[in-house]
Design a protein around this ligand. Sequence first.
Ligand code: NAP
Length: 219
Amino acid sequence: MKVLIIGANGQVGKHLVEKIQKTETIQAKAMIRKAEQAKYFEDLGAETVLVDLEGETKQIEDAAKDVDAVVFTAGSGPNTGPDKTMLIDLDAAIKSIKATINAGVERYIMVSSFDTTREEIQNAIKDAPAFAPYVVAKHYADDWLRKTNLKHTIVHPGMLTNDAGVGKVEAAHTTARAEIPREDVAEVILACLENESTINKEFQVVTGEKSVKEAITAL
Ligand code: NAP
């Protein structure tokens, strides 16, 4: 199976490409936006493709033509304003969903945020207004994906940390709000790619007691 990783040069993305390249059955195609980012992935034996997510849907579609699954783990990041939130977390996410469909790829995994419910938008407007556009973007991108016929999985990780992965998680429709290392999120995404039982499911995931495999296959 070949998987297009959108946002491959991100912190979760790099862990994911590395983990995928260690498998015998899956190959990563890393979508990056700068040529100088390619070496990291080439050293892992992964293919790369250059696409700026602010460009046309067709560029993403062309990148997805030869893959079996797409993972979206791109993000505008915490150091940009609502303009980039709209362009990447909302528009690029939806463009990538459309591109996946146009390319004839059936499988799509979205790295969402922990809580993208309508209620969470209202909470953010009230308690953390600067965060609200991000929740809005993630809410509508998830909603768009749910309404497609793609074999999708929506992963809702808790607060991401750069701690080393512990390989132990709790995954359920609703979990208590907690942290999770980015490395473990990558392991969870890999487990979703390997387990068709995650198709058309979504779940929150935080550090917990079960092995990733056990937690994901139990969903
Ligand atoms: P990250 O390190 O900020 O990586 C984001 C990636 O998106 C980067 O590689 C970046 O490219 C890429 N990107 C941004 N704009 C782009 C553009 N115009 N064209 C192409 N690529 C572009 O993110 P992360 O920490 O790994 O997080 C992964 C996902 O988890 C994100 O969707 C985030 O919203 C979500 N999330 C975060 C938290 C949290 O606690 N922070 C919690 C839950 C979910 P460059 O490397 O070139 O900059």
